[in-house]
Design a protein around this ligand. Structure first.
Ligand SMILES: [Fe+2]
Ligand SMILES: [Fe+2]
Length: 164
């Protein structure tokens, strides 16, 4: 098992981030329940509060994934890691436990999530691969330009030597 070198503050921020994300999703879901029950007023209160919770989550995310340290490739890498953890470790374990409790509804839910997390991981992977190819192509163009520039420079200095 990998050694956990995360500081308590990082761990707390991760927990707080998870909590605020959960509050956001939960209040959106509660709003749906309230609306279905005909209580539009309460639904609106939940939706407005959910909008605040996601901002709280963003505040934590800024500390966990500081903008100046992030790139699109890094975002994709983190996303692939998260989705891979879900389909390869988390959901299979949850599925196993649901199975031993005879909660077949939860087993079906876990199966669905395993498939979707896998799809997400593959989708992010293909976006990352495409981006990597794009960067490689750009690097080749830059290299060509650099060579061209160097050749021109060499030519000019050779001409200067002849003229001197
Ligand atoms: Fe909050
Ligand atoms: Fe996902």
């Amino acid at each position: 098992m990998a050694v956990d070198i995360k500081s308590p503050t990082i761990r707390n921020l991760e927990a707080a981030f998870a909590g605020e994300c959960m509050a956001h999703a939960k209040y959106r879901y509660f709003a749906k329940i309230c609306r279905a029950a005909g209580d539009e007023e309460t639904a609106k209160v939940f939706e407005a509060t959910a909008d605040q919770e996601i901002l709280h989550a963003f505040g934590h995310a800024e500390l966990l994934f500081a903008q100046e340290t992030m790139t699109p490739a890094k975002c994709l890498q983190y996303a692939i890691e998260g989705e891979t953890y879900e389909y390869a470790e988390m959901y299979p374990r949850f599925r196993h436990e649901a199975m031993s409790e005879g909660r077949m509804d939860a087993v079906a839910e876990m199966d669905e999530q395993i498939a979707e997390s896998k799809e997400h991981a593959e989708m992010f992977r293909s976006v990352l691969d495409k981006a990597a190819k794009r960067f490689a192509a750009l690097a080749r163009v830059e290299e060509k330009h650099a060579h061209h520039y160097q050749a021109q420079k060499d030519k000019i200095s050779a001409e200067d030597r002849i003229a001197a």
